[in-house]
Each structure stands twice: as structure tokens, then as C-alpha cells.
Design a protein around this ligand. Structure first.
Ligand code: MSP
Length: 531
């Protein structure tokens, strides 16, 4: 069985995650479940990034010991992922012993190889980003990443010799076209950071103590990004005696990160791996952000939405659907209450829920709930539908291979629309009616067409149920249950139109999504944002 190892960033456990933060996780979870359905042996890593000054300060604010503080926060993250049915394989905590030991070993190895050297650092430090910047990197005297105040700091420190690897990194980018997705992120790295000259990276701090100590010089704490990035290896047991997972799953097949942390993953991370003489991940996917109409989500603006709030009112499936469909990976996506309610009403209720409902009621009406078997010779209309559906499935697979997620989701809805259109094309209500003076042969033909129509509706709904399964599992189960099809489905059966036999739909269809009152719900969501 082919393996598929994918990772999300490890999150700062410093407060509640809003829908933006949850997006990375929803995206990764969807891809993982899709790969699993396709038969891959998947491993998905997520977790929390617990060290650093920011966390130390937050703990202080709450008058807590940092470890006690992160214990609570890590638990909150675990609970949220449980609520969102995120199917990770391992939840990583950077305060775990094995990770700390491995990071120390990695640091000492870099030191002994001469990749890390001791020097003195003076620069502009952004506390929220835990990053140093040179004068020229600042934007209007502020942090180029988050736009906040920076302050001048000086300290004895260890440095990683990034310059040494710059050419090798460029060559790697060039020779491995799948390494960075989308492609424009690669050019961004080359033009903004590598070509102007890579600075050596300061990899220790002495200004605070909440972190992993350098083994050979314990007054230094290892820079939180060196600590955090290596989690992708240490989580699998790298450098420990129990490294079976590492041997099985490394290199990662897909690492997903938000655009704000692209630089760390596209420059420092591959260089650390080169220094460790390890293979690089096959693909690093950089996604854009969910913003609001008035820009970035922030408490002070009063425009924050938390996933729990949407899930509680509209369900998990609708929430995931919206996030994945509306947020293109390569540009920012905007969350608006109007759009959310529209998508719910149009896509989920009108298009999908009604398609299921109409199908079930017609099969009950015309065939007492028994789905006619495939007749072996589809007529022209049905054959066109089959071909269209198979084309959509191929398109979906292509998009998924390129990690164009919103396009992939949208393509499923082209199949939903196509199937709705098929009902209009075939007019089953007319086929069900006796025609004055029709011959016995005409009658047989008419009924055959009606049977074939019902079969094709069920077959397409089954396809849709399988395709949405990785992100709308409950809805998928619900559709399959109402159709009388087992939910033990696989991707393989998707393109075979002859696979459904002797099934009976439920007697009375149950709507899977009910129409929302547009005005009322938009108001409701707007009020949530104010809290
Ligand atoms: N701890 C680091 C990652 C270390 S990985 C070795 C970190 N954590 S984070 O909690 O700040 O961010 C976690 C993820 O949430 C990142 O991928 C980030 O891009 C993503 N997002 C945070 N806000 C977001 C939006 N508004 N929209 C989409 N994703 C966003 O960074």
C-alpha cells in the first residue's frame, strides 16, 4: 500500500482558534480522508508549538506556569479537532520529552558540522512573530510579516549558516517543480529573500527561558522555529530508538502551511533538512487566508467567527463545505454572512438536498422504492450523462492532484447541477404516463427509459456521496442510507456505472438541508461576530 504522510503546522496554543486558523486543519483533514478513500496508507500530523517568548508572556498574563498554561491550551485544541472530526494520526506537543531530546541532538549535530556557529546578534525583533529583521527588511519601520512594532535587541547568540545552502536550495527549487505549490510562492521566495542574499539565521535566545536549552550551553534557548520545524521529523521518532514511523513515512508527501509562515517552510526548513542530509518533502502547499470584508479577522475589529459557532447552528458539514469551497488556495477568500447563507441555501439545500428528495420520491412513486437494476444498454441521453459524470470525476482527481481544492469542490457541484439538469432532460413524470394509443413495444421502451432514469439518478447520487465523503461524512452517510446503499464505499467503484444492484430506497425521503431564512441568518451571523 502506498504511503501518504501529510502535516499541518503546529499551532500556537495561545487562545481560541477562529475559522481562519481552523482552515489549515480542515484542508489537511479533507486531503487526508480523500487519500485514505483512495486506498493510501495515510498519516496526518498536527499539534501545538508550545515554546517561545509569546507563550511565556501569555502564561504570565494568566498568572500560570507555562507548562500548566499550554496543557490547558493543548487540550482545547484537541477538543476542537474532536468536534470538527479531524482525523489526525498524531497530535504533537513540542514540550514532549522525546521531541526536546531530539531537538537538542539536532542542534548539537549542526554545531559539530559547523552549520551553527556562535556570534553576537543585533537586530530588530518582532515579539509576536518571534523573528529578527534587518533594517532593510522592515516595512515603514515595522515588522514586515505582521506590521507591528519592532525593537532593537542585542545578544550573544548562535547562528545557522544559511548562506552556505542558498545555491543548493535554488537548484532544488529548479529541479523539483512540484516542491512548492502554488508556483508563484517559489518566485516570491527567490526574489524577496534568496536573490537579495540570505542572512544567517539566529537560532538561539537568552532573553527568556521557556524553550529547549542548548545541551552544550544551557543559558541559550533554541529558537522556537528550529524547535518547531523539526517536529515533522521528531513526531515520527527521528533520532530515537523507536523510529519505525520515521522509516516508513519520511519524506512527507504533503506539508500544508498558511502564507504567513511560507518563508520558514520554503527556505529554512529545506535547508535544515539538507544539513541533516535528509530527503525533502515532495510538496509544500501554501494556502492563502480567510479574510473578512473589512480585512483581517481580529477581535478588536469585532469580526471574528469561531468554528464552533457555525457548527452549532449549521452543522459541521456545511461549515467545512463553505470553508473549502469559498477559499481558493492561491488567493485570499472572504467570509461574509450573506455568502455563507447563500451557499447553504443554493448549493446544499436547492441543489443537493432537493436532488436526493426528488429522486427518492420518484422511485417510491414509480417503483415502490425498488431501484431498477442497470439495463446494460443506456440510451443516448443516459450515456451522455455517464460520460459527463466520469469527466467530472476525472477533473476532480486532476484538481486534487494539483491541490486546487476550491476548484475540486466546485467540480462536484457541477455534477450535482448536471444531474438536476438530467431530470429536466428526461422528464420522468412524462415517461411515467401512459400515452394514448401506444403499442406494447412503445410502452416497454417508455418504462425502460424511466427505469434507466431512476437508476442513473441513484448512481450519480452515489458518486456525489462518495466524492463529498472526505469533508461531508455525515451528509454522505445520510444520502447513502436514504438510497439503501452501504456506506462501505471506495473510490474504485466511482466510475463503474454497473455496480448498484437490488437496492431499495427509504419510504419517505428526509431533507438533508433545510432552507434558511436569508435575512434572519445573516443577522444571526453578524451578531456572532460582535461577541
Ligand atoms: N506555530 C506556527 C507554525 C509552526 S509550524 C512548524 C504558527 N501557528 S499559528 O497558530 O499562528 O497558525 C497556524 C495556521 O493557521 C497557519 O497555517 C496559519 O497560516 C493559519 N492561519 C491563521 N490565520 C488564518 C486565516 N485568517 N486564514 C487562513 N489561515 C490562517 O504559525
Amino acid at each position: 500500500m502506498e504511503k501518504f504522510y501529510l502535516t499541518t503546522p503546529i499551532y500556537y496554543p495561545s487562545g481560541k482558534f477562529h475559522i481562519g486558523t481552523a482552515y489549515t486543519e480542515v484542508l489537511a483533514d479533507f486531503i487526508k480522508k480523500y487519500k485514505k478513500l483512495q486506498g493510501y496508507d495515510t498519516f496526518m500530523l498536527t499539534g501545538v508549538d508550545e515554546h517561545g517568548q509569546k507563550i511565556e508572556d501569555k502564561a504570565k498574563d494568566s498568572e500560570m506556569d507555562p507548562k500548566a498554561y499550554v496543557d490547558i491550551q493543548a487540550n482545547n485544541a484537541i477538543n476542537l479537532w474532536k468536534k470538527m472530526k479531524i482525523d489526525y494520526s498524531k497530535f504533537m506537543r513540542t514540550t514532549d520529552d522525546y521531541h526536546e531530546i531530539a531537538v537538542q541532538k539536532i542542534f548539537e549535530r549542526f554545531l559539530s558540522q559547523g552549520d551553527i556557529y556562535k556570534g553576537e546578534y543585533e537586530g530588530w525583533y518582532c515579539k509576536p512573530c518571534e523573528s529578527y529583521f534587518t533594517e532593510t527588511q522592515l516595512v515603514d519601520g515595522k515588522c514586515p510579516d505582521c506590521g507591528r512594532e519592532v525593537r532593537k535587541m542585542k545578544e550573544e547568540a548562535y547562528f545557522f549558516n544559511m548562506k552556505k545552502y542558498a545555491d543548493r536550495l535554488l537548484k532544488y527549487y529548479e529541479e523539483n517543480q512540484d516542491f512548492i505549490k502554488p508556483e508563484f510562492r517559489k518566485n516570491e521566495m527567490i526574489n524577496n529573500f534568496i536573490k537579495p542574499g540570505l542572512e544567517d539565521l539566529c537560532v538561539t535566545r537568552t532573553s527568556f527561558s521557556w524553550g529547549i536549552k542548548v545541551k552544550s550551553d544551557p543559558k541559550h534557548v533554541i529558537y522556537v522555529w528550529l524547535d518547531a520545524l523539526t517536529n515533522y521529523l521528531t513526531a515520527l521518532g527521528y533520532t530515537s530508538e523507536n523510529d519505525e514511523l520515521y522509516k516508513k513515512y519520511w519524506p512527507a508527501d504533503l506539508q500544508i502551511v498558511g502564507k504567513d509562515i511560507a518563508r520558514f517552510h520554503l527556505i529554512y526548513w529545506p535547508i535544515f533538512l539538507m544539513a541533516l542530509d535528509l530527503p525533502l518533502p515532495k510538496t509544500i502547499l501554501v494556502h492563502n487566508w480567510i479574510t473578512m470584508k473589512d480585512g483581517k479577522m481580529s477581535k478588536s475589529k469585532g469580526n471574528v467567527i469561531y468554528p464552533e459557532q457555525l457548527i452549532e447552528r449549521y452543522g459541521l458539514d456545511a461549515t467545512k463545505y463553505f470553508l473549502l469551497r469559498e477559499i481558493p488556495v492561491a488567493t485570499d477568500g472572504v467570509f461574509s454572512p450573506e455568502e455563507f447563507v447563500d451557499r447553504y441555501n443554493y448549493d446544499l439545500c436547492n441543489d443537493l438536498s432537493n436532488l436526493l428528495n426528488r429522486t427518492i420520491s420518484m422511485i417510491n412513486k414509480y417503483f415502490d422504492g425498488l431501484v431498477p437494476n442497470y439495463n446494460g444498454t443506456p440510451n443516448e441521453v443516459d450515456e451522455t450523462l455517464e460520460n459527463d459524470a466520469i469527466e467530472v470525476i476525472s477533473k476532480f482527481e486532476d484538481y486534487m492532484n494539483k491541490y486546487e481544492i476550491a476548484n475540486a469542490i466546485q467540480s462536484i457541484w457541477t455534477l450535482v447541477s448536471r444531474t438536476n439538469k438530467y431530470i429536466d432532460e428526461t422528464s420522468p413524470w412524462a415517461l411515467a404516463k401512459e400515452v394514448d394509443g401506444e403499442t406494447e413495444e412503445d410502452k416497454v421502451n417508455r418504462i425502460d427509459k424511466l427505469k434507466s432514469c431512476m437508476y442513473h439518478l441513484v448512481a450519480n447520487l452515489k458518486q456525489i456521496a462518495i466524492m463529498i465523503r472526505p469533508f461531508m461524512e455525515e451528509t454522505s452517510d445520510n444520502i447513502l442510507r436514504q438510497l439503501g446503499i452501504s456506506n462501505n464505499v471506495s473510490w474504485d467503484s466511482l466510475k463503474d456505472y454497473k455496480k448498484i444492484e437490488n437496492i431499495k430506497v427509504i419510504e419517505k425521503g428526509e431533507p438533508i438541508f433545510m432552507r434558511l431564512d436569508q435575512q434572519e441568518e445573516v443577522e444571526y451571523i453578524k451578531n456572532l461576530m460582535k461577541v
